[in-house]
Design a protein around this ligand. Sequence first.
Ligand code: KIV
Ligand code: ZN
Length: 512
Amino acid sequence: MTRHIGIFDTTLRDGEQSPGAGMNVDEKVLVAQQLARLNVDIIEAGFAFSSSGDFEAVHRIGREVDGPTVCSLARAKPGDIDAAWNALKGAPKPRIHTFLSTSDIHLQRQFGLTRAQALQRAVEMVTHARGCVDDVEFSPMDATRSDLSYLCEVVEAVLAAGAGTVNIPDTVGYATPAEMEAVIQTLRTRVRGCDRAVLSVHCHNDLGLAVANSMAAIRAGAGQVECTINGIGERAGNASLEEIVMGLRTRRDFYDADTRVRTEEIARTSRLVSQITGMVVQPNKAVVGANAFAHASGIHQDGVLKDKRTYEIMRPEDVGVTHSRFVMGKLSGRHAFRDELAKRGYALTEDEINTAFERFKQLADQKALFEEDLEAIVSAIVGKVPERYSLTGLSTRSGMNQKPTATVALEMDGRPAEDSGTGDGPVDAVYRTIAGLTQTKSTLLSYRVRAITGGTDAQGEVSVRVEQDGETVVGNGANTDIIVASAQAYVNALNKLELRLARRAGAGPRPC
Ligand code: KIV
Ligand code: ZN
């Protein structure tokens, strides 16, 4: 019988550890709602002890998102476990995921623990977590570089202490598929209690093997995989959810295993995570890259026209890639707009709907609107932060043989301000002028622009990553004029920075 493989999504925890991919609480809730539509089994919503934002995210996702089990990470420390439990209270299906290293290099060089001390602490903390919830997962961190006999001993002990899931992390992406298979097989044959528990894997992609290692572990009997949307995560990232899910679905003949994921939601989830984190998906990325279903060679095109199966092993519609469907036009009313958002699962407040509708009307006057346009409008609104600065006017002059010039009007703390400046290009002129007006000293780390829908009337979506005093944020903007979208993205980033720096200083946003 086909085995069910549990999908444990850690986009909101390990995924958020990607440098610069930080999300605010509202954004996390939005992603979690989409993960529920995708039908993942478990959402790791954060690391409750690590910050008040993570605590709130775990708390809200546990209460507001229906369907999946909601999990918080916790180090093997009573304070962490108690914070996880407090954040999870009220969630219908809570899980605590606690972890402690088992490799000698971590124990000796980082934590100063002997193997015996680590084993004892792992057992005590699993017992402590079981005092709070029934569903406890334990991860022996750096498992793949741990002594295998010791790993077996730890796994057996935490199972006996009440862990229902033991997750084997390849923390530094060091393992090979054959090794991963061997570890799972060894645990299954040597460890008492393994047959009554779920064995899970969590693979990092440092050598590009995260998905291959996860698939090898599934072949060897793992019943859960930890993965992220678009493969984002610490350093080179985690195993990519969409690749594992489609690998199992497409090669069910080989793996005899499958997930409950609604694959038609994959493309949309990938776009949402990319928009919110500012982490662009490479065009040749398997399953969700822009070229994943594009056939360039004449021979391939000929084959696909005759029978798609000649060169397509998955149907684009199975992962939610369809030709952009026309959704609404300028004659659509507020009611229809609200219904369309609800159909797509967006739960916005009345104020947010009004703002979204205004933006929709402006855009619908200029062009036909597609599903992706709606998503861009919504994510720009939900990702909004209190606005110290707002863009009220913009004009630029540029061309061959003339110095690019920008005139920018802002409202700053409710007061109008305007200035002009020059730069190396129109966007540079706009950014320099905004920086001058706001007297901010941030550094632009990256600037990305993408056409959301096809055609020269497409909405351009700009995403910038900006840093100041050790805080990095992503700002987004979307407009049919990419210079305006660029200005919006930069102003959005400055507002986020303002909020972060003020929170760090323990105050509200600074007055002008
Ligand atoms: O990579 C890792 O080891 C982790 C653990 C916390 C599971 O993320
Ligand atoms: Zn990890």
